[in-house]
Ligand binder design. Structure first.
Ligand code: AP5
Ligand code: MG
Length: 211
């Protein structure tokens, strides 16, 4: 059973999806991470993607789904989609893709968080680039001290500037909130409160998944 994890920028999708991956053995697919890995590879496609995502806009539905297909078809595990679908067209494409691959969506869970709290979190968020190139997010599960101990370099995501954060929220309200209404109408929708300690959010997610 696959899961969609939704929520505004900074709601905690990545933090919680990583935990679900390590505790329940899901495959965590963050489309933001997939796109940032393409940028880091230095490919021409990566350069095109950087121009779009560093400013906080969405890449096209067609490009996103074609990149994602390869990642999805490479795994037999249950998947947590983090940051996908982000438009109603992507939600419809996801249904089609899962059916073609003989997979099934079990839940679409929103991590709900007031915008001002999300903005606060994003404004202070830091990333760590490890010597091998792997990028980890600084947070409760990988601290600044862990980064330093492993010889990592601290940096800020290019789309975490105040101006780009504001733009990402505008894009979210306009293009991604309709996806929440889409899933509400399917019966797959559930909501957890993201305005709590990470462990509490995680436990609420586990309870939703058990239902
Ligand atoms: P993406 O990387 O998905 O960014 P996002 O949706 O803006 O979400 P974030 O990753 O910023 O936040 P998050 O919800 O994962 O929160 P996190 O756990 O990090 O996408 C980036 C870009 O790629 C998009 O803007 C778009 O351009 C493109 N893109 C991606 N998918 C696409 C698609 N499907 N179609 C088209 N384009 C696409 O937590 C945030 C911070 O809060 C961290 O510092 C964390 O440590 C902290 N934190 C987490 N939980 C808690 C808690 N409970 N209490 C206190 N602090 C917490
Ligand atoms: Mg994320």
């Amino acid at each position: 059973m696959d899961i969609v994890l939704m929520g505004a920028p900074g709601a905690g999708k990545g933090t919680q999806a990583s935990r679900l991956e390590s505790v329940l053995g899901f495959k965590h697919i963050s489309t933001g991470d997939v796109l940032r890995a393409e940028i880091a590879s230095g490919s021409e496609l990566g350069q095109q993607i950087a121009q779009v995502i560093d400013g906080g806009d969405l890449i096209s539905d067609e490009m996103m789904v074609s990149i994602l297909k390869n990642v999805v078809s490479g795994t037999d595990k249950s998947i947590i989609f983090d940051g996908f679908p982000r438009t109603v067209a992507q939600a419809e494409m996801l249904n089609k893709m899962l059916t073609q691959l003989g997979r099934k969506l079990g839940k679409a869970i929103e991590i709900a968080l007031p915008e001002e709290e999300a903005v606060k979190r994003l404004s202070s968020r830091k990333q760590c680039k490890l010597p091998g190139g792997e990028v980890k997010q600084i947070g409760p599960d990988f601290t600044l001290a862990d980064c330093q101990a492993q010889g990592g370099k601290i940096f800020t995501r290019p789309d975490d500037t105040p101006e780009h954060i504001r733009h990402r929220f505008a894009v979210y309200h306009q293009q991604t909130e309709p996806v929440i209404r889409f899933y509400r109408s399917t019966g797959l929708y559930a909501e957890v409160n993201g305005n709590a300690e990470p462990q509490q959010v995680f436990e609420e997610l586990l309870a939703v998944l058990k239902k």
